[in-house]
Design a protein around this ligand. Structure first.
Ligand SMILES: Nc1ncnc2c1ncn2[C@@H]1O[C@H](COP(=O)(O)OP(=O)(O)O)[C@@H](O)[C@H]1O
Ligand SMILES: O=C(O)C1=C[C@@H](OP(=O)(O)O)[C@@H](O)[C@H](O)C1
Ligand SMILES: [Mg+2]
Length: 174
């Protein structure tokens, strides 16, 4: 038995490292890892951009809320959410109340460097992805802070360093 929190939920803007850090953290803790985007894709049988094309962002958000409600009721899970998961109050509440939430934070510039070659994020497939990230950061940063129990800067440290820092932080705070 270890003293780590039962559920760990990662939030943050696109490119913060939720999927990458979450997967390694779960491996080190021997926990199940789920990414809400991957779960939505598995249920729909199509990739995220196709869901946005067919149902718009609104349709995607409904699917995301359903998946987050279900997954947050599990135990011993590391969950990487999509960057927009905090937009709905019900998601913020479920995440905050059902696990320990970590906000992986980075600057819009750092986020842009990490996402600029990846076409799998429909909200960034426009002429000004950098400006979009700045706007999303401004709107969502307060929502991530409201939802999270911990905030950690991910701009400089490696994925390994972040996972080690998180494991130490959980050990100290439980
Ligand atoms: N701490 C980090 N240092 C360097 N690159 C990172 C770091 N965290 C994530 N990345 C890279 O950034 C990209 C986006 O990471 P990802 O985990 O998909 O972010 P998110 O799920 O938050 O959108 C990936 O190519 C990943 O390898
Ligand atoms: O920020 C957002 O609204 C989104 C973030 C994406 O996940 P990542 O944050 O893992 O890239 C994915 O859920 C979808 O493209 C929408
Ligand atoms: Mg992700």
């Amino acid at each position: 038995m270890n003293s780590f929190p039962e559920n760990i939920f990662l939030v943050g803007v696109m490119g913060a490292g939720k999927t990458t850090v979450g997967r390694l953290l779960a491996k080190k803790l021997g926990r199940r890892f789920v990414d809400s985007d991957h779960e939505i894709e598995a249920r729909c049988g199509v990739r995220i951009p196709t869901i946005f094309e067919m149902e718009g962002e609104e349709g995607f958000r409904k699917r995301e809320a359903q998946v987050i409600d279900e997954l947050t009721q599990e135990k011993n899970l590391v969950l990487a959410t999509g960057g927009g998961a905090v937009l709905l109050p019900e998601n913020r509440q479920h995440l905050h109340q059902r696990g320990v939430v970590v906000y992986l934070r980075a600057t819009p510039h750092e986020l842009w460097l990490r996402t600029r070659n990846d076409k799998g994020r429909p909200l960034l497939n426009n002429d000004d992805p950098r400006g979009t990230l700045e706007k999303l950061f401004a709107i969502r940063d307060p929502l991530y802070r409201e939802t999270a129990h911990h905030v950690i800067d991910t701009g400089k440290p490696s994925v390994n360093q972040l996972v080690n820092t998180l494991m130490m932080q959980f050990e100290l705070s439980t």
